[in-house]
Every structure is written in structure tokens, then in C-alpha cells.
Design a protein around this ligand. Structure first.
Ligand code: PLP
Length: 423
């Protein structure tokens, strides 16, 4: 798709035509030591701060100062039902029904809580399939679950690997794994968008494959939420988790989102770990009641949540809601396509893009493999004000985020990279 052109004039023209260009002003863009704005391509790791976040948090600080405990019911945004204010926008963002989503805990914690319900191994069927280059936290979580249930974590973990000489995963190979060992596999747990390669998987296809062989299917969508169209409900997945500090711009360590498919919403016999926040809201404060689980994803909550963090999520979701995911994805495809076009002009002698070329099989991130694993390219980019991240062994992850990055950002990033490569 080389509809793009070289030269700064083209980049400026594209920014001029960009219907989302004004959104950049709604974010704090970090500056370098020289006072110039950095070219920030690290929204896949930590999204930038919306300028509105402070006032959303201040509202809760003010209500806490003025109302104390009464804020639970009398705050402008009462704290008792505060998580409900996030439900509709979250559901829209991940393509779910409101009953299927909740914001709670942190990401890896949610992975474990979901596995308490959806990883119920037996002696015959206990194995877990993950991608071979899954995010380390996910791999550690899976291994510890296997050990927790008394299984060997090497034998129990099946890796879905790229073929020799390839970087991306093929669905045929997952199918082969399932055909050979399907009756021993309890759970298929895949990163919806792989953090390393940027490959966006067909969640529906994977769910159907897993279910065909009698497995539960879950996704870690940390790199998907706010980046791609996840369509979680239609995917048929049993559960999904994600964080809100990457593409969702809710601040370092902010809370996690969680999806439980509607088909499990009223199944009160499903094993789970519970707390008072999973209990029926009408009788929660009677304190002595027998446990009565809330239907849907809310029934997996444990604790009353941190409102200050939720306020930051609300600030961000209000922005996403005003833009609409489809508009965002249109720009994302154009922006990332432009980055790809310019990078390809640099030739393949020193760098190679390993992210899928198909715009529907990726989000905004391009993973640039550096030949000979030469990290100095990344370090030099940092020195000239381009923020990307280096992932061992040999990849620079580069994510132009459609909400706040521009075509001129992309132009200057590649121009600087070219200068470094020509040194
Ligand atoms: C970012 C990320 C995490 C981080 O987990 P936390 O529990 O939020 O620290 C885990 N898994 C994946 C796939 C990620 O991308």
C-alpha cells in the first residue's frame, strides 16, 4: 500500500486533513532537556496523560476532603457505584455487553482470578497453551497455576511457536497442537495482540478452535484495548483481561479491565474467589448475609476499588467515547501504514519489520528487528528525542498512537533513524 509519498510536505498535508489532529492538544506531550516536545512512540507501554485527568482526580480529592465517608453516597460521582460509570464506555471499547465487563484489580491479578474459574484442570485435561513469546508475566502466571494444581510446569505448558526462520504465528500450527493434544488441554490463553511482534490474532478463530477441542479460551488484551477492534463478545472467548495504562492512558499501574462472556454470567456454581464486592449490592451492607453473587463480570470483584485510579480511567474513557473506536482505527491504519512505508525506504540491510503487513492483523505498533541485535540504534534514537522501547533480544517497538501522534512525528522519527543508520 504505497499510497504514501516521501517528503515533509506530504506529512504536513496529512496532519492538516486529520480529523483527530486537535486531540493531541488534549494530552501532555513530554519534553526533552532542550525543551522540545519528544516524539513519543511508547504509548504501547505507558500512554500519555490527558490534560483532563487532573480535574477528574481533583473532583474526588475535593469530595473526600469535604465529605469524608459520606462521599460513598454523596460525592458528585458517588464512590459506591463508581465502577459502574466506566462500564458502558469500556464495553463499547472492547466490543462487549455491559454485563460482560468490569474494571478491577491489576492485570496479572485478574489473570489469576479468571483462572480460578476457567482453569479447572483434571488429571487427564490440565495443559495450557500459550504463545512461545508470551509476555513474561503471563507465562509466570500460567506456570504457577500449573504448580498450584500440582502439575509439572514444563510438561503442562504447551508453546505455540513460530516456524523456523519465521517471526509470526500460524493458526494451522495451533490447530495441529489441538489435534494432537486437544483432549489434554484445559485452557488456551493467548495475548490478543502479541506484545513483541505486534501480531493481532483472530480471536474468534482461536476461540472456535479451542472450544472445538473442549478447551476454555482466554485472552490477555493488554496490547489490544484501545488499539484494535477486539469484538470480545462475538469472539466467543470465555474471558479476557487488559490493563488501562497502555493505550488507555489511565496512568502508571492503573486498574485492569476484565471480560467474562455472557454465557457464564448467571452460572453461580462456577468456582471463583470472592469478596464483599462480588456480593449482591442490595444486601452487601447487611454484613451477615449468605453469599449472593452479582451476575456477570461484576461478580468477580473482591474489594471496593481505588477511586482515584478509576477517576483517571474515566477521564480517558470520556475521550475515547467522544472519538469512537472506528475513527481512531482508521487513523491508526493510515499512520502506521505511513511509518511502514517510510521505514521500507531505508532498505532491509540493518532493520526489518516483523509485524504483519496486513493492517487487520496488527494495531498501531510496528516491531523493528535490528540486525545483529545492535541496541545502539535504540539508544541513539533516545538521544535525539525519539521515545521507543527496546525489547530483548533485538526489537525496537514503535507505536504511533492515533490519539496524540501526528504524521510529522512519523516523518521526523524515520528521518532521524535514517541519519543514525547512515553515520
Ligand atoms: C503490560 C502487560 C502485562 C503487565 O501486567 P501487570 O499485571 O499490569 O503488571 C501483562 N501481560 C501483558 C501481555 C502485558 O502486555
Amino acid at each position: 500500500m504505497s499510497r504514501h509519498q516521501l517528503g515533509i510536505d506530504y506529512a504536513k498535508q496529512k496532519d492538516h486533513e486529520d480529523v483527530l489532529s486537535s486531540y493531541r492538544n488534549q494530552f501532555h506531550i513530554p519534553k526533552g532537556k532542550n525543551g522540545n516536545e519528544l516524539i513519543y512512540f511508547c504509548g504501547n507501554s505507558l500512554g500519555l496523560q490527558p490534560k483532563s485527568t487532573k480535574s477528574y482526580i481533583n473532583q474526588e480529592l475535593t469530595d473526600w476532603a469535604n465529605l469524608g465517608v459520606e462521599g460513598h453516597t454523596d460525592a458528585k460521582n458517588p464512590w459506591l457505584p463508581y465502577h459502574e460509570f466506566l462500564t458502558e464506555a469500556t464495553a463499547k471499547l472492547v466490543g462487549a455487553k455491559p454485563i460482560e465487563v468490569v474494571t478491577m484489580n491489576s492485570l496479572t491479578a485478574n489473570l489469576h482470578f479468571m483462572m480460578a474459574s476457567f482453569y479447572r484442570p483434571t488429571k487427564e485435561r490440565y495443559k495450557i497453551v500459550i504463545e512461545s513469546d508470551a509476555f513474561p508475566s503471563d507465562k509466570y502466571a500460567m506456570e504457577s497455576q500449573l504448580r498450584h494444581h500440582g502439575f509439572n510446569d514444563t510438561e503442562g505448558l504447551i508453546l505455540w511457536k513460530p516456524r523456523d526462520g519465521e517471526d509470526l504465528l500460524r493458526y494451522e500450527d495451533l490447530e495441529t497442537i489441538l489435534e494432537l493434544q486437544g483432549n489434554e488441554i484445559a485452557l488456551v490463553m493467548i495475548g490478543g495482540v502479541n506484545y513483541y511482534t505486534g501480531q493481532f490474532f483472530n480471536l474468534k478463530l482461536i476461540s472456535e478452535l479451542g472450544h472445538k477441542f473442549g478447551c476454555m479460551v482466554g485472552f490477555d488484551c493488554a496490547h489490544g484495548a484501545g488499539n484494535v477492534n477486539l469484538d470480545l463478545h462475538d469472539s466467543g472467548a470465555d474471558f479476557a483481561v487488559w490493563c488501562t495504562y497502555k493505550y488507555l492512558n489511565a496512568g502508571p499501574g492503573s486498574l485492569s479491565g476484565c471480560f467474562v462472556h455472557e454465557r457464564h454470567a448467571y452460572n453461580k456454581s462456577l468456582n471463583r474467589f470472592t469478596g464483599w464486592w462480588s456480593h449482591n449490592k442490595d444486601t452487601r451492607f447487611n454484613m451477615r448475609h449468605e453469599f449472593d453473587c452479582i451476575p456477570g463480570a461484576e461478580g468477580w470483584q473482591l474489594s471496593n476499588p481505588p477511586i482515584l485510579s478509576m477517576a483517571a480511567i474515566k477521564a480517558s474513557l470520556d475521550i475515547f467515547n467522544s472519538v469512537g473506536l472506528n475513527v481512531l482505527i482508521d487513523k491508526s491504519k493510515a499512520l502506521t501504514g505511513y511509518l511502514e512505508f517510510l521505514l521500507k525506504q531505508l532498505g532491509e540491510h540493518t532493520i526489518k519489520i516483523i509485524t504483519p503487513e496486513d493492517p487487520d492483523s496488527r494495531g498501531c505498533q510496528l516491531s523493528i528487528q535490528v540486525l545483529n541485535a545492535n541496541k545502539t540504534l535504540h539508544d541513539k534514537l533516545t538521544k535525539v528525542g525519539v521515545v521507543t522501547d527496546w525489547r530483548e533480544p533485538d526489537v525496537i517497538r514503535c507505536a504511533p498512537v492515533p490519539l496524540y501522534n501526528s504524521f510529522t512525528d512519523v516523518y521526523w522519527m524515520v528521518k532521524k533513524m535514517k541519519a543514525i543508520l547512515n553515520e
